[in-house]
Design a protein around this ligand. Structure first.
Ligand SMILES: Cc1cc2nc3c(=O)[nH]c(=O)nc-3n(C[C@H](O)[C@H](O)[C@H](O)COP(=O)(O)OP(=O)(O)OC[C@H]3O[C@@H](n4cnc5c(N)ncnc54)[C@H](O)[C@@H]3O)c2cc1C
Length: 389
């Protein structure tokens, strides 16, 4: 796939010596830190990233990058997700990362009923006109799906998109932070709070920064409360299982499979398969793997891959996603707190949208200006209320 740059809407051009804090080291914080270490003018900036690390969604995520056939009607979200997916190949190339972190294996979205499959293929062709990143579209019979993903013993027919990818969220975040640390970034593994007069309280004391990027995912509401800002964002628990399955050495790059009515299957090569994820709205910030959920995920795996048992489960991953009422992410300058930028509410597609958001926030923190990101999101006042307003 040809890598495409996202829209060039990073902000103004005035540059001064700056101290920037990032709170949160998930995909948003890590990509913001990476771009702050590479964009023109970065030597004039010192960046400190604080991350408590607990419950991070980015490290728990399944890693599917394939927004093009989503049923979601929110056009702003779709544009953001599409541009996020498009940004990946360039980001991976520029950061010198390998296929162990990100790979365009392609994704297969399956449909059992032939007319549904045709409708899906039609949708793919229609959307391809404005989404070159989707790559080649191929309609596959059940047998062809199995040839591409021999792990599946009960395949369904599907639509293959060659631009689809899988990413290892934990590896990506770690690698980006390592790259940025070679330039102007210091990472501190600790939780911080904010004071009403806009200081960041850490083991370093209460410090004021020129700009603060709040990239705290599901924890944004608590963090902003002391600033007098109410963020309408709530936690959602997500769980998935990692399985050790038969290795197919000649097919280490099997596509991701998104079966109808089942969990998603993400083969990571070398007999490593991820099946998930769950969406649990009633569990707050709980990070305990639930036995009944693990069983349910395993049952999902068994319906498509014969012979897997509980003995094949190597890990249960749990993370906390951030959700807004309209399921859309928000990001930008916090009203009445001009030093602060925020991003949250990335929901179930945050590995896809996160790098684009991190890149835009980095540009805004570095160059200032009043960004117009209305192509990607509703006004921030939809999600944030300031007591100063
Ligand atoms: C199980 C699961 C599967 C998923 N699968 C996919 C997928 O296949 N594709 C996809 O696109 N998306 C997926 N997602 C969604 C995606 O992972 C998230 O939307 C995205 O990672 C959110 O990134 P973030 O940077 O906003 O937040 P996070 O990754 O949650 O990072 C926030 C960080 O801020 C830190 N923090 C919070 N408060 C403080 C504080 N006071 N001080 C210091 N640090 C703090 C937290 O500890 C955390 O490390 C999945 C999520 C889950 C949970």
């Amino acid at each position: 796939m040809k890598a495409k740059h996202a829209p060039d809407n990073l902000g103004g051009q005035h540059l001064m010596e700056k101290r920037i804090a990032i709170i949160g080291g998930g995909i948003v914080g890590a990509t913001a830190a990476y771009y702050l270490s590479t964009l023109p003018g970065h030597p004039n900036v010192q960046v400190t990233l604080f991350d408590s690390g607990t419950g991070q969604a980015s490290k728990a995520a399944a890693g599917i990058i394939s927004p093009w056939l989503s049923k979601r009607r929110n056009q702003q979200w779709y544009r953001l997700a599409k541009d996020g997916a498009d940004l990946y190949p360039q980001l991976i190339h520029d950061a010198h990362l390998g296929t162990d972190v990100y790979q365009q294996t392609g994704t297969i979205v399956t449909r059992e009923v032939p007319t549904d499959l045709e409708a899906l293929a039609d949708l793919a062709v229609k959307r391809q006109a404005t989404a070159a990143g989707m790559g080649r579209i191929t309609t596959l019979s059940a047998q062809e799906v199995q040839q591409r993903v021999p792990l599946l013993t009960a395949p369904q027919p599907g639509v293959f998109l060659s631009g689809g990818a899988r990413v290892d969220g934990a590896a990506l975040v770690n690698a980006l932070l390592t790259r940025a640390s070679e330039q102007n970034l210091t990472v501190r593994h600790e939780a911080v709070t904010l004071t009403p007069d806009e200081r960041v309280v850490s083991s370093l004391g209460a410090r004021q920064f020129d700009r603060v990027i709040v990239a705290a995912g599901a924890w944004t509401k608590d963090l902003l409360a002391t600033l007098g800002v109410t963020a309408r964002v709530r936690p959602q628990k997500g769980q998935l299982i990692e399985l050790a399955v038969k290795d197919y050495p000649l097919q280490e790059n099997m596509p991701v499979v998104m079966p109808e009515g089942e969990r998603d299957f993400i083969p990571f090569g070398h007999g490593h398969l991820i099946v998930g994820a769950t969406h649990e709205d009633d569990k707050g910030f709980d990070l305990t793997p639930d036995a009944d959920v693990t069983e349910d995920l395993l049952a999902s795996a068994q319906r498509l891959v014969a012979n897997v048992t509980a003995a094949n489960i190597t890990t249960v991953r749990v993370g906390t996603r951030a959700y807004t009422d309209d399921f859309a992410p928000f990001f930008g300058p916090i009203p009445d707190h001009e030093r602060f930028l925020v991003a949250s509410g990335l929901g179930s597609s945050g590995l896809t949208t996160g790098p684009q958001i991190g890149r835009l926030l980095a540009g805004s923190a570095l160059y200032g200006g009043t960004p117009d990101w209305s192509e990607y999101e509703k006004p921030l006042t939809t999600y944030l209320t300031s007591s100063l307003a």
